[in-house]
Design a protein around this ligand. Structure first.
Ligand code: PSV
Ligand code: MN
Length: 389
């Protein structure tokens, strides 16, 4: 390979990707969960797996938690355990969708008592973030309705704003609230936070600690996600991502497995705006139905790195010149030239610069970790699509 620019290697290695605790446990579709031997069952096991992904990739130093799935009796102990595995606690995700009380919603529920309960849960998550040193609350609401007339849409919006205001006011300095939108599911008629516009409007109303979270699987088919990203950057409100890929709905497949070009175009916007230095949380949110968990996670991280590295290769001055002279195809070609570059040798060099194996998948397979934990942890019984709270 020709001489590699050390500055480029440094920029490649500066990227940080957060992995989700729930990606290490058994999960499935609503039809079936196929339990895998060795799949993490406890928060301690999930953290150990996240630690391995960090050791293999060198760019995944944090793990997101979902509460109550990952509730611990001693947060300080968990924090120290994470540190012993080489990771820290990342985003805290309140879970407002898995309790019978939330049948008609959480923050938008017609019952004031249930709204209170939902707010209290997020307040507890803010305390957990404080105790674990997390800098992010990542909030997704499953609120919506199934039928026209089921509830008063404007009243639901008012309840949403009231509850959001209360949790926002409880944020200590330095803790960000990421607001995640999704256009459908589990509500199949209306969703209370359906799109980036609604999320952005709420964030602006709330204040500077609120930012929008873009889950790449949460849009209708054909939506130009990179344009949403560009717009949120311009408004100073791009908080982060939940990366995953999909063919049909919110499939939660391996990042970049279905549409790697879109992932590249998203990173193109981020790199063009120089947003990769800490303002944006790059998180993975995927669940594996049939895939081996840790290998799937490492593959997703690699695919993120590929898209990011290709975006770093875009010849920006040439792109600008082509854009300004109205050279439509010349400009487009600047992007595709970068996209079509094989960055695998570059990424191998970047990993070697960190003292890592240049091929994390081969290193994982050689390590025997998966076979070892399969023996130690055994097979969990996994009946439902999500772990029981
Ligand atoms: C909802 O589909 C979502 O994307 C939210 O981020 C949840 O926290 C996550 O999936 C896990 O269920
Ligand atoms: Mn998500």
């Amino acid at each position: 390979m020709a001489e590699v620019d050390p500055n480029l290697i440094e920029r490649i290695n500066r990227l940080r990707v957060e992995t989700p605790s729930w990606g290490y446990g058994n999960s499935g579709t609503r039809f079936k969960v196929f339990a895998q031997p060795g799949a993490a069952q406890t928060v301690e096991e999930k953290i150990a797996d996240a630690g391995l992904v960090q050791k293999l990739t060198g760019i995944c130093p944090t793990v997101a938690l979902h509460i109550p799935w990952d509730r611990a009796s001693d947060w300080d102990h968990l924090k120290r355990l994470a540190s012993s595995h080489g990771v820290a606690i990342g985003a805290i995700n309140p879970n407002l969708f898995q309790d019978d009380d939330y049948r008609l919603g959480s923050f938008c529920n017609p019952s004031a008592a249930i709204r209170r309960r939902a707010v209290e849960h997020v307040l507890e998550c803010i305390d957990i973030a404080r105790e674990t040193g997390s800098t992010t609350i990542s909030l997704w609401l499953a609120d919506g309705t199934n039928y026209p007339g089921q509830d008063d849409l404007r009243a639901r919006g008012r309840r949403l704003r009231e509850c959001m205001g209360e949790v926002y006011r409880a944020l200590p300095p330095g803790l960000r609230l990421l607001v995640e939108y999704k256009f459908f599911e589990p509500g199949f008629y209306s969703t209370d936070l359906p799109d980036w516009g609604t999320a952005l409007e709420i964030c602006i109303e709330l204040g500077p600690q609120a930012h929008v979270l873009v889950d790449t699987g949460h849009h209708a088919q054909g939506v130009n996600v990179e344009q949403i990203v560009a717009h949120l950057i311009e408004r100073g409100r791009l908080g982060g991502f939940h990366f995953n890929d999909r063919n049909y709905a919110d499939d939660d497949l391996i990042v970049g497995s279905a549409d790697p070009f879109q992932l590249f175009l998203i990173f193109n916007e981020i790199v063009a705006a120089d947003q990769d230095a800490g303002q944006v949380a790059f998180m993975i949110d995927q669940s594996h139905n049939i895939e081996p968990k840790i290998e799937a996670m490492v593959q997703s991280v690699i695919n993120v790195q590929v898209a990011h590295a290709k975006a770093l290769l875009v010849d920006r001055p040439q792109l600008k010149a082509a854009q300004e002279s109205g050279d439509v195809l010349g400009a487009q070609r600047v992007l595709t030239d970068a996209y079509e570059t094989d960055v695998r040798p570059l990424l191998a060099a970047a990993r070697s610069a960190l003292g890592l194996d240049p091929d994390p998948i081969a290193a994982l397979r050689r390590s025997g970790y998966v076979e070892r934990v399969a023996k130690q942890r055994g097979l969990a019984s996994a009946e439902s699509g999500y772990p029981e709270a």
